[in-house]
Design a protein around this ligand. Sequence first.
Ligand code: 7TS
Length: 416
Amino acid sequence: MNNIALAARPPSFDVAALRRQFPVLARLVRGKPLAYLDNGASAQRPNAVISAVDDYERHHHANIHRGVHTLSQEATALYEAARDKVMEFIHARSRNEIIFVRGTTEAINLVAQSYARPLLQPGDEILITHLEHHANIVPWQMVCEQTGATLVVAPIDAHGEVHFDAVAALMSPRTRLFACAHVSNALGTVLPVRRLIAAAKARGIVTLIDGAQAVSHMDLDVQELGCDFYAFSSHKMYGPTGVGVLYGREQLLESMPPWQGGGEMILAVTFAKTTYNGLPNKFEAGTPNISGVIGLGAAVDFLQALDRDAARAHETALLEHATAVLRQIPGLRIIGTAAEKAGLVSFVVGGVHPHDLGTILDEDGIAVRTGHHCAMPVMDFFALPATARASFAFYNTFEEIDRLAAGIERARKIFA
Ligand code: 7TS
């Protein structure tokens, strides 16, 4: 560890103790200790989450909201308790504002189809930015195709930064919705969402924030942010896969038609007419991912019990250390050099294809993601086919980053 890391390291944060709560971090990969630096794709689960899911599966499983029997009532109570936990976690006003979905992707599709589609007229505009994940591009393209609306894309600069003025200049009288990432998954850029939301609000534009890469790194207060919708995935915040959250302002959710029809979301059905259930059930058709939601509730408890300021300081120190160490590697170029970044560093190494780099790092037990990161327009902007990306969690160590740097050096020598 070098002096940069020593200076920045918060003394109170016991990474070793924390790591012991994540069983997978103890395993070997190809005979080497796992260095898991792919948290942006999916974070690992602590014992608390694994146990909550296990306990549910062993003792409480039944379908929810439909049984008078004990197991169904227990399962319902656990599922609905998770909704309350999420509500508190993101500081929503009401539990009716928490819709459980499959993940960020489904949350955005829900808003595109249930909020935007009935509203959009030919010539209306949806505004996004150039650094979005495909999940925050394609659903809007689809709804534009369905309605004749136009997708408008705000630019990024050579640092991968989104400038407030450039986005605000594109907010027009025809803009019906503005959607952007809170944190870019390809570049790590933190977007000026608070100001952007305020600007949109002042113009009567509805806002959706894709928080997939933000929830694990920052405290979230949706009321303070002032956004209309906020989407995130459980598996990127130490919970199970296959579940996520759409937060929506209650008044807006109330005004929206259901997205999918089926069980759970109805009050009464006849062949002549169906009346819909109230929030939040209106948007949760069918049997949901019950164990996943309960696991997400446990992940929220886990995060709430953590010293999150210390965790954040540690993550910031990891990012600074990684940036400093990687910069010293000849031929390595960091992609995404915004002034404010969170959680990850994307890079390319001259003479080594990112895919080969990822394969060589895997031989050292180091997991990074390589590819276009489901953000092909970002790759096009930088005229790259792919990058390698190391993304951090509070359980990562400075030593793991030093191993990453050594692995990259090894790859350079192999391909020299
Ligand atoms: N938005 C952002 C900013 C993301 O990073 C991701 C997933 C999604 C949306 C979609 O989330 P999902 O849970 O519905 O799949 N990002 C990544 C990634 O960076 N590597 O793998 C998945």
